[in-house]
Design a protein around this ligand. Structure first.
Ligand SMILES: Cc1cc2nc3c(=O)[nH]c(=O)nc-3n(C[C@H](O)[C@H](O)[C@H](O)COP(=O)(O)O)c2cc1C
Length: 200
């Protein structure tokens, strides 16, 4: 799988097999995150990897899944993530911002995961206070995102977006459909509004 293939085939995964991810694979994902672009090369991101069974359950309970599928969006028992990476900004290294650095690191991580057969859900809806307590995260580290990880147990599909309806949905077979805006609706050439007709 080349980088483009990973970028276009990757989908958010919310159903996982329970096969553990080997530590070597997790290390590879975190190394890809470590080497991501960073503004001013400050590299403010730090990571807490969670793999321990009791903690997995506690972290799961701090997360809100798939808002458009609520209350049925969360992974069911037996399909939950087998690892999490909590992505932090160390405010001693970067007092303000840092979310963009986290985003670059996370994209590196989830594309590398995809190539390994590991699915990911990038998460921002987090009970940060509870998570801080559970993982003993110090006050000088801001909890930005959580990445839920596990071997994939679903194959979501992309759809051309109809109008402005951004909501993903599950069909009667449980397949997740994810609408994406069409290229010709979001890319212009040389002046805003000027469309590239050959792409239509
Ligand atoms: C910044 C960010 C925050 C997100 N937060 C959540 C979240 O809290 N819970 C969740 O289930 N999915 C979350 N997602 C996943 C999005 O729902 C998902 O990326 C979107 O539906 C598009 O699907 P795709 O990743 O398969 O292209 C988040 C994604 C991003 C980039």
């Amino acid at each position: 799988m080349n980088v483009y293939e990973a970028a276009v085939s990757r989908r958010t995964i919310r159903r996982f097999t329970q096969k553990p991810i080997p530590m070597q694979v997790l290390k590879k994902l975190l190394n890809a995150a470590r080497l991501a672009p960073s503004g001013g090369n400050i590299q403010p991101c730090e990571y807490v990897l969670v793999t321990e069974k009791d903690l997995l359950e506690k972290v799961f309970n701090t997360l809100k899944w798939a808002m458009y599928l609520a209350p049925k969006g969360a992974p069911r028992e037996g399909e939950r993530p087998t690892a999490y990476v909590v992505v932090l900004v160390n405010t001693r290294k970067k007092p303000e911002g840092g979310e963009v650095d986290c985003a670059a690191a996370i994209e590196n991580m989830i594309l590398t995961a995809w190539e390994e057969g590991v699915g990911a859900c990038w998460m921002a809806s987090i009970d940060r206070e509870r998570l801080r307590e559970i993982l003993s995260i110090p006050e000088h580290c801001r909890i930005c995102f959580v990445v839920a990880l596990g071997y994939r147990a679903e194959e979501p599909v992309v759809e051309d977006m109809k109008g402005d309806d951004v909501k993903y949905w599950r069909d009667e077979n449980g397949v997740l459909h994810v609408p994406k805006r069409r290229l010709e609706d979001i890319v212009f050439i040389n002046s805003y509004g000027s469309r590239i007709s050959m792409w239509a």
